[in-house]
Design a protein around this ligand. Structure first.
Ligand code: SAH
Length: 532
């Protein structure tokens, strides 16, 4: 859950991701959608809309006491992201539901789930006017409000497509609303919805299914035009609402919209980013009240840290015990858990023909400097194709270290296991952040891995005591003049076992280091099942 550390500080999932195993044991409907992996971790397939829906409904039930129904063919909201937005609205209006005056908000395009009003009413006793254009969404939203006995706080209204705030507000001309919020249809057309031209070509495909219906995910002109229409309504309504706000699926929408607000002379404008799992969203807010307190936009600190963040994965105690048993059979000096893991890594790296050398490190840890000259861990079929195109195929003996399993055998197994990680749930793609300026949104349902509790490859900021990779000289004897990348690998003890960190030093493409990291993670898991 790479970005969870940057969730809103009050988001209940920030430090406590959903416990899939517990939820599965308590909710039979959720249990149907989980699988247990080799290490005993409980996983959810985020490409399966039914699984994502089951998770959302289960979390709403478990953590908020809400029972909702959502049709599969409509947008399935993910809870951590929605909570991030609710908490930001709390910051905007300076309210956390602690006995202050009644707060009123508008949710433009509430969806079938009616999730923002349901959360806002349940958490903060907020009153909501929830608008919707789509008949199916409208009917479900009404039903979801009724079945949670929240009709006294939430009013769902059907509005015509052409209007946003004006029609919804024309009846109640005297009420002042504290805020409006909106998760607009993000895409201008089908191609954009499929991610064509909107994603960095190096990024893997979206992590999860897109379940949104046409009016939910597409609007003429995409989110930019949709939000501009809200801005223009706000120019007429002005102080009828204290804050206008809108979520954005693309970071690049922020600048033109802020420019529009500036041109129109709107006095108070701010923005934020919502971080969860591997997904980022942005949000914009503006006000015509001079006296509102404006929360500061997020600092640039997080982004600066990101540059230095290593890839990490954890190896748990049972797996380490296996490694220790195997290591002690041939070398009794490998008795500390860090040494056992380091020794296993060194063997595996030798098998992969990745040059490695121990370098000085902190007292309880071990550091290896890695130089990868060729990609020996890549999908074996892809490699064969590459070889066929580029060079005559090497004789089998050329890639097999003496006494070791053939790297190609390793690679084949790894590829089968990790295929989903590259093209599927995006667990491990360090380059696949959603905050690149050109990044489109992953999918209408915000890339569900934001809720992925079982993800084990994650990015962490290095601690101050750590070796700074930039100060490590690539002095490995025999370093080939051409290399794919160099990185510093630290092995350090942690509460549940051992943490492996890979710090980028230099090279052609960070994706290669990501791949090696996933390979190592999967290879160590396989050792648990291999006969000794
Ligand atoms: N708020 C929900 C749904 C967001 S999808 C969530 O966050 O999960 C966007 C929703 O806006 C869709 O349900 C779509 O039907 C609705 N919508 C599109 N145009 C609209 C308009 N002009 N007025 C109100 N709702 C609209």
């Amino acid at each position: 859950m790479a970005l969870n550390r940057s969730m809103h500080p009050r988001n209940r999932y920030k430090d406590r991701p959903p416990d899939f195993a517990y939820l599965a044991s308590k909710y039979p409907e959720f249990q149907q959608h989980v699988q247990t992996n080799l290490a005993g971790g409980v996983m959810l397939n985020f490409k399966d809309p039914e699984a994502v829906r089951a998770l959302t409904c289960t979390l709403l039930k478990e953590d908020f006491g809400l029972s909702i129904e959502i049709p599969l063919e409509r947008l399935i909201p993910t809870v951590p992201l929605r909570l991030n937005y609710i908490h930001w609205v709390e910051d905007l209006i300076g309210s956390r539901g602690d006995g202050e005056a009644q707060r009123r908000g508008i949710d433009i395009g509430t969806g079938a789930s009616c999730i923002y009003p349901l959360l806002g009413a349940t958490m903060n006793d907020w009153h909501f006017l929830a608008t919707e254009v789509d008949d199916i969404c409208y009917n479900y939203a009404k039903k979801n409000v009724e079945q949670n006995n929240l009709s006294d706080l939430i009013k769902v209204v059907k509005v015509p497509q052409k209007t946003l705030l004006m029609d919804a507000l024309k009846e109640e001309s005297s009420i002042i609303y504290d805020f409006c919020m909106c998760n607009p249809p993000f895409f201008a057309n089908q191609l954009e919805a499929q991610g064509v031209n909107s994603r960095n070509s190096r990024r893997p495909p979206p992590s999860s299914v897109n379940t949104g219906g046409v009016t939910e995910i597409m609007a003429e002109g995409g989110e930019l035009e949709f939000v501009k229409r809200i801005i223009h309504d706000s120019l007429q309504l002005k102080r009828r609402l204290r804050w206008y706000s809108c979520m954005l699926g693309k970071k690049c929408s922020l600048t033109p919209l802020k420019e529009e607000l500036r041109k129109q002379g709107v006095p108070k404008v701010t923005h934020t980013e919502f971080c969860q799992g591997r997904t980022m969203r942005w949000a914009l807010a503006w006000s015509f009240y001079e006296d509102v307190l404006v929360p500061s936009p997020p600092s640039k600190k997080r982004k600066m840290e990101k540059v230095r963040k290593p890839l990490t994965f954890s190896i748990l105690q049972p797996t380490i015990r296996e490694l220790q048993i195997k290591a002690s059979a041939c070398d009794s000096s490998q008795n500390s858990i860090v040494q056992a893991v380091a020794a296993w890594l060194e063997n595996t790296l030798s098998d992969l023909k990745v040059l490695h050398k121990r370098v000085p490190s902190g007292a309880s840890e071990l550091s290896l400097f890695l130089t990868a000259a060729e990609n020996t861990w890549i999908h074996v079929r892809q490699k064969r194709r590459e070889h066929a195109r580029q060079v005559p195929r090497a004789p089998p003996g050329a890639v097999t270290a003496p006494g070791a399993q053939s790297p190609q055998t390793h690679t084949a197994v790894c590829s089968a296991e990790t295929a989903g990680q590259y093209s599927g749930n995006g667990q491990q793609s360090g380059g696949a952040r959603g905050d690149e300026p050109d990044s489109g949104r992953d999918v209408a349902m915000e890339s569900a891995p934001e809720q992925e509790a079982a993800s084990s490859v994650k990015e962490e900021a290095p601690s101050a005591q750590e070796v700074d990779p930039s100060t490590v000289q690539p002095t490995t004897p025999g370093t080939p003049p051409h290399f794919l990348f160099k990185c510093l690998l630290n092995v350090k003890p942690e509460a549940v076992g051992v943490l492996v960190e890979m710090h980028w030093v230099e090279g052609q493409n960070k994706d290669q280091m990501n791949q090696l990291c996933t390979y190592l993670k999967n290879a160590v898991l396989r050792t648990v099942t291999k006969p000794q």
